[in-house]
Design a protein around this ligand. Structure first.
Ligand code: SAM
Length: 226
């Protein structure tokens, strides 16, 4: 599977050996096919809600040696699986954090047998962490990486209790501790944009200025904390 991005290869690394996987939004089914090729999972469902990507995933699955282990289903979010599928791991990648949270929330009743979530939001990571925290998940691992000029975060969660501060929700409890070069790049860029935005807001718009000033202060605090 030469086509798999580094982003999705890193996601694959967090899927437990032998998992029964649901990949939600499985455009092309690249991730489950890669995991099957590696012998890393036992069974997978590739779920897609849009017909075009569903057809691509179906074609790739049918042309693979894994027709017995990979099912492609046209479905919205977690509607792609039933209890009989005994799914234990869900991956949801390449979507906004708000959409990932809403997919999980809409299918919340089906998450009972699922032990691990591997999530790769493209934005609004704070909203996703907030959902995880409120739904009784603890973040086990976080990863941040840069690929082709874009920065991506990966969040691995399992059931558990975890107290997250506002800074943890926004920056990631592990990412802000690690402060990797990619993390610093991401937040320095955001800081610059916010400072430019602040400079453009007239003094009498106190509320707007104060909201941005608080965001700036939080980034400075996290980048400089040891
Ligand atoms: N997961 C792949 C990746 O990370 O490269 C594909 C990402 S692509 C940008 C997002 C895919 O999610 C699209 O194919 C879209 O149709 C699908 N999608 C969006 N909402 C969905 C939902 N509620 N249920 C299933 N698939 C969904």
């Amino acid at each position: 599977m030469e086509k798999l991005s580094r982003r999705l290869r890193q996601v694959a690394g967090f899927v437990p050996q032998g998992a029964r996987l649901l990949d939600v939004g499985s455009d092309h089914a690249y991730l489950p096919l890669y995991l099957l090729e590696q012998g890393a999972i036992s069974h997978a469902i590739a779920g897609e809600v849009v017909d075009g990507p569903y057809q691509s995933a179906l074609k790739n699955a049918q042309n693979s040696p894994f027709t017995a282990q990979l099912e492609v289903r046209l479905a919205d979010g977690l509607a792609a699986f039933a209890p009989a599928d005994a799914i234990d791991t869900i991956t949801i990648c390449g979507m906004g954090g708000r959409l990932i949270a809403s997919i999980l929330d809409n299918g919340r009743a089906k998450l009972e047998g699922v032990t691990r979530l591997v999530l790769q939001p493209n934005n609004r990571e704070d909203e996703l962490r907030n959902w995880l925290s409120r739904a009784g998940y603890a973040i086990l691992v976080e990863e941040i990486l840069e690929e082709q000029g874009k920065i991506y975060e990966i969040i691995v969660a399992e059931r558990g209790q975890q107290d997250l501060s506002d800074l943890d929700l926004r920056f990631g409890p592990f990412l802000r501790q690690d402060k990797s070069p990619v993390f610093v790049t991401k937040w320095e860029k955001e800081l610059k944009q916010l400072e430019q935005a602040l400079a453009g807001i007239p003094d009498h718009h106190e509320e707007a200025r104060s909201a941005i000033a608080q965001k700036i202060q939080a980034i400075k605090e996290v980048l400089h904390e040891s």
